[in-house]
Design a protein around this ligand. Structure first.
Ligand SMILES: Nc1ncnc2c1ncn2[C@@H]1O[C@H](COP(=O)(O)OP(=O)(O)O)[C@@H](O)[C@H]1O
Ligand SMILES: [Mg+2]
Length: 239
């Protein structure tokens, strides 16, 4: 049984169907990437999984449970945690306060679990530990992205949704972010990633789906798609 199973999902904004009849599965432990041009429906798909956008058709099953109509905050408690497109950190709060906001839904858990999770985030992002009292909005783009991922980790996700974490970052920082995403996955967190940076994403993904104008047009192993001539031409800037 897959950890996440999206079946025949359609998501609309008013009368416009941004995502049409999409079926995607993510197995426990996998790193799966959605690639596709601007406007293909990647963010809409992520929003449907996190519960921010309702489905007009289809269903979403997580860990065997139908969550199609479950409220977003309850999905977080199930373990579905999104680091949204554009990072969405709280700019006026400190690094530590931002991280604590991620743990907010988990306040019922004991302090030992909380401290262990925070230690893990600081291990992945030593820079955040050096800057716990810095105000989020004054950090660089790369640091803010690290904070957004760290905040999501504080909720102890079983499935982490990452929407374009490399967007707007310098090449060296992008490398760093991708390495950390791989590491988070290797440590046991299942990841559904959206990326425009298809080469990096595919090379690190177990599997990937290609979205075109709201529909899945291809899927396969990350390296398999990376080597595919039509994918190369359309998404990797190689004629
Ligand atoms: N809030 C919205 N209202 C109306 N249309 C939207 C909204 N958000 C996205 N869309 C449209 O839905 C389609 C898919 O958008 P999106 O999921 O953001 O694509 P991607 O993340 O792949 O760039 C696009 O045509 C976009 O214009
Ligand atoms: Mg998007």
């Amino acid at each position: 049984m897959p950890l996440l199973e999206i079946t025949d999902m359609t998501v609309a904004y008013g009368r416009i169907e941004a995502v049409r009849g999409v079926s995607i599965t993510v197995e426990e432990g996998e790193l799966v990437t959605l690639i596709g041009a601007n406007g293909a429906g990647k963010t809409t798909t992520m929003r449907a999984v996190s519960g921010i956008r309702p489905l007009s058709r289809g269903k979403i099953v997580f860990d065997g449970k139908d969550i199609t109509r479950m409220k977003p905050h309850l999905r977080v408690l199930e373990g579905i945690v999104q680091a949204p497109e554009g990072r969405g950190i709280f700019p006026g709060m400190t690094v530590l306060e931002n991280l604590e906001m991620g743990a907010y839904g988990r306040t019922f858990e004991n302090k030992a679990v909380h401290d262990e999770t925070l230690a893990r985030v600081f291990e992945l992002f030593p820079r955040l530990e050096d800057r716990t009292s810095q105000v989020g909005g004054t950090m660089s783009g790369g640091e803010q992205q690290m904070l957004a991922i760290g905040r999501a980790l504080m909720a102890r996700p079983r499935l982490m949704l990452l929407d374009e974490p490399s967007m707007g970052l310098a090449p060296m920082v992008i490398q760093q972010i991708f390495r950390i995403v791989s590491e988070i996955n290797a440590q046991g967190t299942t990841v559904l990633l959206v990326e425009q940076n298809a080469r990096q994403a595919l090379s690190r993904s177990h599997r990937a789906y290609v979205l075109e104008t709201g529909e899945v047009v291809r899927s396969g192993g990350g390296r398999e798609l990376l080597a595919d001539p039509s994918i190369k031409e359309a998404y990797l800037g190689v004629a």
